[in-house]
Design a protein around this ligand. Structure first.
Ligand SMILES: Cc1ncc(COP(=O)(O)O)c(C=O)c1O
Length: 399
C-alpha cells in the first residue's frame, strides 16, 4: 500500500489524520459511507447488494410516498429549486407561512418557526435563549445536537443522569441565583427508544420557573392519538413548553421546527443564528413537509400499522429471550457492549441480507454499543420473521 508520504500532496497534518483513523479502526469505531443506489424503503441496494433494512428513521414510510413526491415536484415546477437567500432576506416564500401555520396547529401551539434541519433547530434555539448567566439541565443521553448547542450557549450546563427527575428537581432547588434555567430533553431517546418522564418534568419545571424544551425528533408523527409526539402520548398540554420537531424522521423529508408561543418564535427569528445566517429551505422540501403533516393528520392507518408491527416485533424478540424494554416506539436497542463485537454481528446479519446498523461511541456511551433496530410502517410481518430468525440464529448459537 502506498504511504501518505509518497503522495505529492502530503501535508504536515496527514500523519495526525492517518493515525487518528488507524486508532478508530483499532477500536472498531471507524465509520465508512456506503453507496445506496435505490430510494429509501424497507429494501435497498447498498453497495450492489439487496438488503432488508431495519435502520431508517422513515417510520411511516413517507420518504417515498406518492403524495410527498407529487407535492415536491409541483412546488419545484412552480417555484424552482432554490430559495435564493436566507429567510430574512428574500427566502421567506409563502410556502413557509403555510407550513408554519400547519406545524403550530399540529403541535397545538400559538406559533411555529421552521429551520433547515433538526440539528440547526437545536443549535439556534438553545444557543439563543441562554447566555453565560443561564443554567441548562440536559439529560445524559440527549442527542448530539443538544450537546453541541449547550456548549455553544456558554451557559452553565448540568448533565443529569438519564431520566432522573429527582436530580433535575434538586439542581433547580439548589440554584442560588434565580436566573434563567432551561431543562432540555429528548422526548424519545433516539438510540434507546425510551420516553422522557415528561409529566414529572413538566411539574418540576413549573414549580421552579424553569423552561422545558422537548426535542421530539423521534416522537413526532409516531406517538399519541394524533401523531403529535410524546406530549400527545402523555396527554400533556404544550403550554409553557418549547417543542422541537424534525421533518427528517417520520415526516420523511428534511428540516426542523420549534413550536411555541409567538413571543418565542418572534425572538428566534431575531436571535437564532442558524436561521438568520443560513439559506432558506428549497420550495420542494417546504411543500413536502406540509404534505407530510397533512398525511399524518388524515391517514391514521400508517401509525396504527407501525404500532401493530412494533408490538409484533416485541413479542417475537421476547420469544428469543432478548431483553426488550416495554416502550411504545419503533426503536429497539439490542445492547452488545463491545464495539468490535457489535460490528461483527451487524456484518454477519448483512451476510444474511439484513441491515441492522451497529451503533457505537460516541453516539452511545462507552461499553454500550448496540444494534439499533428501527421499524417502518412499510415492513411486512414476514420481514420481521426474517429478522428474528437471523437474530435467533446468532443469539441462540452465540455465533
Ligand atoms: C433527538 C434528535 N434531535 C435532533 C436530530 C437532528 O435532526 P436532523 O437530522 O433533522 O438534523 C436528531 C437526528 O438525528 C435526533 O435524533
Amino acid at each position: 500500500m502506498k504511504s501518505v508520504h509518497d503522495s505529492p500532496l502530503h501535508h504536515p497534518w496527514d500523519d495526525f489524520i492517518v493515525s487518528s483513523l488507524h486508532d478508530l479502526e483499532a477500536k472498531g469505531l471507524r465509520r465508512r459511507l456506503k453507496s445506496v443506489t435505490t430510494p429509501v424503503s424497507t429494501r435497498c441496494l447498498i453497495e450492489g447488494r439487496e438488503l432488508l433494512l431495519f435502520c431508517t428513521n422513515d417510520y411511516l414510510g413517507l420518504a417515498n410516498h406518492p403524495r410527498m413526491k407529487r407535492a415536491a415536484a409541483e412546488a419545484a415546477q412552480k417555484w424552482g429549486t432554490g430559495s435564493g437567500a436566507s429567510r430574512l432576506i428574500s427566502g421567506n416564500i409563502s410556502l413557509y407561512v403555510a407550513l408554519e401555520k400547519e406545524c403550530a396547529s399540529f403541535k397545538e401551539t400559538e406559533s411555529a418557526v421552521v429551520f433547515s434541519s433538526g440539528y440547526a433547530t437545536n443549535m439556534g434555539v438553545i444557543s439563543s435563549l441562554l447566555g453565560a448567566d443561564g443554567l441548562i439541565l440536559s439529560d445524559r443521553l440527549n442527542h448530539a445536537s443538544i450537546v453541541d448547542a449547550c456548549r455553544l450557549s456558554k451557559a452553565r450546563v448540568v448533565v443529569y443522569p438519564h431520566g432522573d427527575v429527582a436530580a433535575v428537581e434538586a439542581t433547580l432547588r439548589s440554584r442560588d441565583n434565580k436566573g434563567k434555567a432551561l431543562v432540555v430533553t429528548d422526548g424519545v431517546f433516539s438510540m434507546d427508544g425510551d420516553l422522557a418522564p415528561l409529566p414529572d418534568l413538566v411539574k418540576v419545571c413549573a414549580e421552579a420557573d424553569a423552561l422545558l424544551l422537548v426535542d421530539d425528533a423521534h416522537g413526532t408523527g409516531v406517538l399519541g392519538p394524533k401523531g403529535g409526539g410524546s406530549l400527545d402520548h402523555f396527554g400533556l398540554r404544550p403550554k409553557g413548553i418549547i417543542q422541537v420537531g424534525t421533518f427528517s424522521k417520520a415526516l420523511g423529508s428534511l428540516g426542523g421546527f420549534v413550536a411555541a408561543t409567538s413571543l418565542i418564535t418572534e425572538y428566534l427569528v431575531n436571535r437564532a443564528r442558524s436561521l438568520i445566517y443560513s439559506t432558506a429551505l428549497p420550495p420542494a422540501i417546504l411543500a413536502a413537509n406540509r404534505e407530510a403533516l397533512c398525511i399524518v393528520r388524515e391517514d391514521t392507518s400508517l401509525r396504527f400499522r407501525l404500532r401493530r408491527l412494533t408490538h409484533y416485533l416485541k413479542k417475537q424478540m421476547a420469544s428469543l429471550g432478548l431483553a426488550i424494554p416495554d416502550q411504545p416506539t419503533p426503536i429497539f436497542p439490542v445492547i452488545i457492549g463491545n464495539a468490535q463485537e457489535t460490528v461483527r454481528i451487524s456484518n454477519s446479519l448483512i451476510e444474511k441480507g439484513i441491515f441492522v446498523p451497529p451503533i457505537r461511541p460516541p453516539t452511545v456511551p462507552e461499553g454500550q454499543s448496540r444494534l439499533r433496530i428501527s421499524l417502518s410502517a412499510l415492513h411486512q410481518e414476514q420481514d420481521i420473521d426474517r429478522l428474528v430468525q437471523a437474530l435467533g440464529d446468532h443469539f441462540r448459537r452465540g455465533a
